[in-house]
Design a protein around this ligand. Structure first.
Ligand SMILES: [Zn+2]
Length: 394
């Protein structure tokens, strides 16, 4: 009996170490001891066991000035498990394969033709996954799971889209089943702004910030929040629909059915529609960004109106959630200070504590894709790693 319980303790300690490395990426031995509450000697013995099984690697970062040698960093090896990430946008499919040390091993982007059928879309995704896994040299038994980021609201308990009209023809449940069957792994479907928030908090310029809000400004307006280290989805999975808060009680009706939604003023489609009505010929979001930087008066007016509405909306978000930072991503983030300036100004008016930091995403259009990767790599309850096969030796 004693042997059983001591090996159970050892097994539980080993799980804690693997869990910490999944959640934090590379860590020093001292950090691992502090985070798990285990002694340095126990950590050392567990790491030897994991290293023998090929589950971890240890490397010493290069010395930067000074005289002291930096501590070695421990991270999980690709043997411990790989993840597949799929990002489906309105006009593209992106696939990445990554490992538990948070390295992206291979990545592929393909355009989606306008008006494509769902079947053709699913075939494109599966083909793209085949090519990316081959490039990453990923064996079937190494894959822990897959996550699909999709530009649509996703209910918490079902994998279908809540509003099918957003991405015509797509059925995410059929796609998730097809990926799950092909690779025999669990598959999660996540809203793209939620995935973006996870991407920013795991791989972005403010990685590790305890509470972070990510705003995706593209054709539409989305928001994802990581609160105290975890993605917040809300009761039904629809938290963060910033684009549909009311900014004008008497405003026009939105495609969602509500009136005066923020998206109509600050989203790319809304901005283009308003400019069109004002007689300005602007082709698409890229053209809008270009004209704004060139000083086109009509475009600058529309952008200033949208930025003001967005700033008011984000001010409410900051008052409600008090995040440590707001990261602005999506195609419209290319507007830079034309957008970020008014938001910072508005947030500086808040009298409680220091103003929330506002930064532009450095991950750009990769945020949702690497976020889908982060979902599989960090959610150990849904996606088991391959280290469980290490037999406890004590
Ligand atoms: Zn709406």
């Amino acid at each position: 009996m004693k042997r059983t319980s001591s090996s159970a303790i050892r097994e539980s300690n080993r799980s804690s170490v693997v869990e910490m490395l999944r959640r934090h990426g590379a860590m020093t031995r001292a950090d691992l001891a502090a985070a798990t509450g285990l002694s340095r000697a126990t950590i050392s013995s567990l790491l030897t066991q994991l290293s023998t099984a090929g589950m971890i690697t240890e490397h010493r970062p290069p010395t930067e000035g000074g005289t002291g040698r930096p501590s070695a960093l421990v991270s999980l090896d690709r043997t411990a498990g790989l993840a597949i990430a799929v990002d489906i946008g309105v006009r593209h499919v992106a696939v990445a394969v990554g490992d538990l040390s948070r390295r992206v091993l291979a990545e592929r982007w393909v355009p989606l033709p306008h008006g494509h059928s769902a079947d053709a879309g699913i075939a494109t995704v599966l083909d793209c996954i085949d090519q990316t896994t081959a490039e990453a040299d990923a064996r079937r038994d190494q894959i822990m799971g897959a996550a699909i980021s999709i530009a649509a609201p996703v209910p918490r308990t079902e994998r279908r889209l809540a509003v099918p009209g957003v991405l015509p023809g797509w059925n995410s449940a059929a796609l998730a089943s097809a990926v799950g069957e092909r690779w025999d792994v669990p598959v999660a479907v996540e809203n793209d702004a939620n995935a973006g928030a996870l991407g920013e908090s795991t791989f972005g310029v403010l990685a590790g910030a305890p509470s972070l809000v990510y705003v995706k400004l593209a054709s539409r307006v989305g928001l994802g929040c990581v609160l105290e280290g975890s993605l917040y989805r809300g009761g039904g999975g629809f938290a963060g629909e910033l684009g549909h808060i009311t900014v004008d009680l008497d405003g026009e009706r939105c495609w969602c059915g509500l009136r005066g939604c923020l998206e109509l003023y600050a989203g790319g489609d809304g901005l283009l529609r308003r400019l069109d009505r004002a007689g300005a010929r602007v082709e698409d979001i890229a053209d809008l960004v270009r004209r704004a930087h060139d000083g086109d008066a009509a475009v600058l007016r529309a952008v200033a109106d949208g930025a003001r509405m967005l700033a008011v909306g984000l001010s409410s978000v900051a008052l409600l959630l008090n995040p440590s930072a707001i990261v602005i991503g999506g195609e419209l983030a290319e507007l830079g200070e034309l957008l970020l300036g008014p938001i910072r100004q508005q947030l500086a008016e808040i009298p409680f504590g220091p103003p929330t930091e506002v930064v532009r995403s450095t991950l750009g259009d990769r945020a949702s894709m690497v976020g889908a990767l982060a979902l599989v790599l960090t959610e150990s309850r849904r996606f088991g790693d391959r280290s469980g096969s290490v037999a406890p030796s004590a």
